[in-house]
Design a protein around this ligand. Structure first.
Ligand SMILES: [Mn+2]
Length: 427
């Protein structure tokens, strides 16, 4: 749980960054139509949630900065028995006043009128430029009167980069659920017939343990399907003697987990699969061991490419040495993506990789970064020995940067070949 005090301190930190005589407006997410009159399950906007902890739609947070002091106001949907009968209880103004440590709470219907009043004599306006919400469009009507307009999300994103102990605790909880899901998949894979059955087993564990759901659409890709990086069809038959790439993580109390494991379809790895798998695994372990404050993500990226060049050479997939492999980027065909990304409220956390001067931000205590090296060998790549074709392997863990090094938050999710095989045979 994130305390109301922590949310209040985040608003205070935002206010500190605002220019004097300014106003910041941040909106809750809109509902999104799935089809006709049904909506997707509602998910609050991460930046709004980060600053308010409020999960209802039709709400907004306004921070008004004076010369030194600031005030924060929350706008919430009014109590409305008729509407609540269909769409669930609303907190309402009265209860919101008790719960949130803001200066005042108003009805959302009054937002436009209130904004007009609060914006009087303000010099700068902050809002999230990336949002296309209906209310943002309204906001744009007022912007002409401002001397300066800034993107609020830049301030919030920077804060989101460093996780508090309470946030780390939630990510760790998400990880315990995701661990159970992946272990379940390892145990059940050989007894199932379709990729979606495996997906169902995984997401059952998510839901059963009180996770909102998946933090992103699960990837369950058997054989050559793993070579499609964002494969989400998950509708193919599970073939014998294949590897299955499973990229799945739950979202718990708004915090993500993002884990990939690659497992055999019938309980045991074949010899060529083992060779490729152990190559990727050894690279992943070496990269994780490099992690500590001050290290750059680009250093991890380059090192992962160099190490994978060596693996590819050792297996005879490429003939060139490390130097040529790097210079000509020969690895790219087999490892086309990045080593990892920030993770938090979003699976790809909306936080910067570079500072204002376009300089890369080094790793710091409290950041959470995924480490996910991979090798993808297409089924029709005739340059590669036949035994390796149609195999895609990615191994992904979520790493917390600590004061002296790192903590692998997903170290309990097995990834050694003998551990995976042991789980598969324990079913
Ligand atoms: Mn990832």
């Amino acid at each position: 749980m994130i305390s109301e005090k922590e949310y209040a301190s985040r608003r205070k930190r935002v206010a500190k960054e605002l220019k004097n005589n300014s106003i910041a407006v941040i909106f809750a997410a809109d509902n999104k139509v799935r089809s006709n009159d049904t909506n997707y399950p509602y998910r609050q906007n991460s930046n709004f949630y980060y600053l308010s902890g409020f999960r209802e739609d039709s709400s907004a947070l306004v921070i008004v900065k004076g010369k030194k002091s600031f005030e924060s106001f929350l706008f919430v949907h009014k109590k409305d028995p008729k509407e609540e009968l269909w769409n669930g209880k609303r907190l309402g103004v009265k209860e919101a006043k008790k719960r949130f440590q803001v200066d005042d709470v108003f009805e959302y219907d009054t937002l436009n009128a209130k904004l007009k009043e609060l914006m009087q004599n303000k010099k700068a306006l902050y809002y999230d430029f990336s949002l296309e919400y209906s209310k943002v469009k309204v906001l744009k009507r007022y912007t002409k009167s401002f001397v300066a307009i800034y993107n609020l999300s830049h301030i919030v994103q920077k804060m989101r980069l460093i996780k508090s102990p309470a946030e780390i605790a939630l990510i760790k909880h998400a990880m315990t659920i995701t661990k159970e899901a992946h272990h379940q998949a390892m145990q059940k894979a050989s007894s199932l017939n379709y990729e979606y059955e495996l997906q169902a087993e995984i997401e059952y564990v998510f839901k059963k343990n009180g996770a909102y759901s998946d933090a992103y659409t699960s990837i369950v890709a058997c054989g050559d399907n793993a070579n499609t990086l964002h494969y989400i069809n998950n509708d193919a038959k599970l073939q014998k003697k294949q590897l299955i790439l499973i990229d799945a993580g739950c979202e718990y109390q708004y915090y993500a987990s993002d884990i990939t494991r690659t497992i055999p379809s019938d309980g045991s790895f074949t010899q060529p699969q083992k060779e490729l798998y152990n190559g990727v695994l050894s690279v992943q372990k070496q990269i994780i061991q490099m992690i500590r404050p001050g290290v750059l993500r680009s250093q991890l990226q380059k090192k992962s490419q160099e190490l994978l060049c060596q693996v590819l050479k050792k297996l005879g997939i490429i003939q060139a040495g490390k130097k040529k492999c790097m210079k000509k980027e020969l690895f790219k065909k087999y490892y086309p993506h990045g080593i990892g990304h920030w993770m938090g409220l979003d699976v790809h956390d909306e936080a910067p990789y570079k500072d204002e001067k376009n300089k890369e931000i080094p790793l710091q205590e409290g950041m959470v970064l995924t480490i996910e090296p991979a090798l993808y060998i297409a089924h029709d790549d005739t340059n590669v020995a036949k035994k390796y074709r149609g195999i895609g392997i990615r191994i992904e863990d979520d790493i917390l940067i600590t004061a002296t090094g790192y903590e692998n938050l997903s170290c309990d999710i097995v990834k050694e070949i003998d551990e995976i095989e042991a789980l598969a045979s324990s079913h």
